[in-house]
Design a protein around this ligand. Structure first.
Ligand code: GRG
Length: 313
């Protein structure tokens, strides 16, 4: 693998190669380690939900941030594997949130990534428990399989991802669930989107920086990168909500039109589809601007940001 140079990135090729790397790393983990086989009633459910065609955007953003910040080849080679393991942890957290999101007591969806959602395939108890195992396994991997990282770095990764979950995803989900049928406004939509989606995207980007940089260097980039991640994450969720209205079941891999049916607060429901598209574009250009004042090769993250608003699923 070579260190990327500016101006020669084929973004589709980059996304596909990194997705394959992450998928293979997850498969290797489950194939090699006997702990993750017994009882099959648990690990088969985990495998079903984890290896079912996710885009791996969050894991890829972690790798891309790492690659955009790292300055020497030797360090790149030593730590790439740590970054790949971290990308797997991130995808474990993300995938378990989708399992729980699909449950009847939450978003109640029968389909995910083009297949029956986890509880539809295996039952509710199994889906809840598989999610629990995936969340804790994500943190276990960061302590066991990132051996060439310092323990300070490993702790920082754990802190960043656990905060993304406890202070991001979960509060965002609870606000989202409680808001149905109540007054809708843009500020509330922004708060929910930031928590539910953007915080984990931000955390994924910060993890890449934690692996690439030392303590002092991190201080210089943390605020602009956090802001980049939050803006990108909000745009990502806005596009998700637009696709819920404009796309079909086959392309989406899940049931479209659910937000309207459930009377959910979304950007399109407050400012319309065109207003939401415009806002997503504006957020991406603000996000890209955040990269201008830090020591980072900007092109890869900028291209990924553009690609995220042009996505079709
Ligand atoms: C486990 C207690 C507990 C709570 C979990 C369910 C939950 C809290 C949070 C849900 C957050 C959620 C589902 C946000 C939606 C984010 C989103 C846009 C998901 C779709 O992401 P993609 O398009 O999916 O990256 P793929 O399938 O490509 O991975």
């Amino acid at each position: 693998m070579s260190l990327r140079t500016e101006l020669d990135i084929d973004i589709e090729n980059y996304l596909s190669k990194k997705k394959t790397l992450i998928d293979n790393h997850i498969k290797k983990l489950f194939e090699e380690d006997i702990q993750y086989k017994d009882p099959s009633e648990l690990w088969d459910v985990v495998r079903y939900s984890l290896l079912n065609g996710g885009k791996r955007i969050r894991g890829i953003l972690c790798l891309a941030t790492y690659e955009s910040l790292i300055e020497n080849r030797t360090k790149y080679d030593t730590s790439f594997e740590n970054c790949l393991t971290t990308a797997c942890s991130i995808e474990l957290i993300h995938s378990m949130s989708l399992i729980h999101d699909d449950l009847p007591s939450m978003d109640n969806d029968d389909m995910r990534r083009g297949k029956p959602s986890c509880h539809k395939a295996f039952g509710e108890a199994q889906a809840i428990l598989a999610g629990d195992a995936m969340l804790s396994l994500a943190f276990q991997l960061l302590t066991e399989k990132t051996k060439t990282l310092s323990s300070t770095q490993a702790l920082k990764l754990i802190n960043t991802l656990s905060k993304g979950f406890s202070l991001g995803l979960v509060p965002g989900q609870i606000l989202d669930l409680s808001l149905k049928e109540k007054n809708y406004d843009l500020a509330t939509a922004e708060k929910i989107y930031t928590l539910k989606t953007a915080e984990l995207i931000k955390a994924s980007i910060i993890c890449g920086a934690i692996i690439a940089l030392d303590n002092n260097q991190i201080k210089e980039v943390i605020n602009p990168l956090s802001s980049f991640g939050l803006k990108l994450g909000t745009a990502f969720q806005i596009i998700d909500d637009i696709l819920d209205i404009t796309s079909d079941k086959e392309t989406l891999g899940k049931t479209p039109g659910k937000d309207k049916k459930q009377n959910k607060l979304t950007y399109p429901s407050v400012i319309g589809i065109e207003g939401a598209k415009k806002l997503a574009k504006e957020l991406i250009s603000q996000a890209k601007f955040e990269l201008k004042n830090i020591r980072i090769r900007q092109e890869l993250l900028s291209l990924l940001a553009e690609r995220i608003i042009n996505r079709i699923h």
